[in-house]
Design a protein around this ligand. Structure first.
Ligand SMILES: [Zn+2]
Length: 264
């Protein structure tokens, strides 16, 4: 059986590289130039293009508070620009079918909300690393505390310029939710501001008790939002992975948050 426990024992902790979009410090607005360049426009984007209205749902305010603005679907050209400039596929000999499914799978997470892809365009780049059957993650740049049997891994360290998104070759075609899970970690760790991450912690920590499980819960809620089809054993897992997958329903506030955020 495949494990989801991504890290074991002690070691460097997975780090967040937060975006500082709304800061007033010098240089904080460089993202506008970068984004304009990448989108091939001379008009500097407004901060409102990166606003994530979903956060109003978990900020303890009115649950029904909505901005009224319709969320813009991501234009295909912008998604292509992102894949081209910010995603690198490390194939490691995988077949074309797996390569394409891996890329399609991770990009699905950004397809519903243009603000997310714009944020990922100015965030840290990601290497999608296909791990060959029966291989360990560690020779491919993942840290020593990586669980060698994990189905997928998202790894980010403050010491590197690129984050890593590892996918087990033999599971790519079988488990569509694997790509959603790991790419949601990428969004959570790279595309949110510090304040937004704190908002999520404040909302989920009373239930999940620790940081690591908060991170996993965010990714599992996304799996479900994108219609994950689980194997029986994944639902029966005795840990919080199994419990979160089993207990999820679309009426929970956090389910509505993810639905509003990602528009699956
Ligand atoms: Zn995870």
């Amino acid at each position: 059986m495949w494990s989801n426990d991504e890290f074991l024992g002690d070691g460097e902790e997975r780090a967040a590289s937060c975006l500082e979009l709304f800061a007033t410090v010098p240089g904080a607005k460089d993202w506008q130039k970068k984004l304009a360049e990448l989108s091939k426009t001379t008009v500097l984007p407004a901060a409102s293009e990166l606003t994530l209205s979903a956060f109003s749902l978990i900020r303890g305010g009115d649950l029904f508070e909505r901005t009224g603005a319709k969320i813009a679907k991501t234009p295909a050209s912008l998604l292509e620009t992102y894949a081209d400039k910010q995603l690198r596929l490390v194939k490691n000999g995988a077949a074309k079918e797996e390569q394409e499914a891996a890329m399609r799978g991770v990009l699905r997470v950004l397809r519903g909300n243009a603000a997310l892809v714009k944020r990922m365009l100015i965030a840290k780049p990601v290497s999608v690393v296909i791990i060959p059957k029966d291989h360990d993650y560690r020779p491919y740049g993942f840290p020593r505390n990586t669980n060698p049997n994990a189905a997928g891994i998202f790894w980010n360290s403050a010491k590197t310029d690129v984050a890593l998104l590892g996918l087990r070759e033999e599971l790519i075609l079988e488990k569509a939710h694997l790509m959603v899970h790991e790419m949601t970690h990428a969004v959570h760790f790279l595309a949110f501001t510090k304040k937004e991450r704190e908002d999520i912690d404040r909302f989920l920590l009373p239930v999940y008790r620790n940081r690591r499980w908060v991170d996993e819960a965010v990714a599992i809620y996304a799996e479900r939002a994108f219609g994950a089809r689980y194997a029986e054993e994944e639902l029966r897992q005795p840990d919080l992975y199994g419990k979160t997958r089993r207990d999820w329903n679309d009426q929970q506030v956090f389910s509505k948050f993810i639905a509003e955020l990602m528009r699956p």
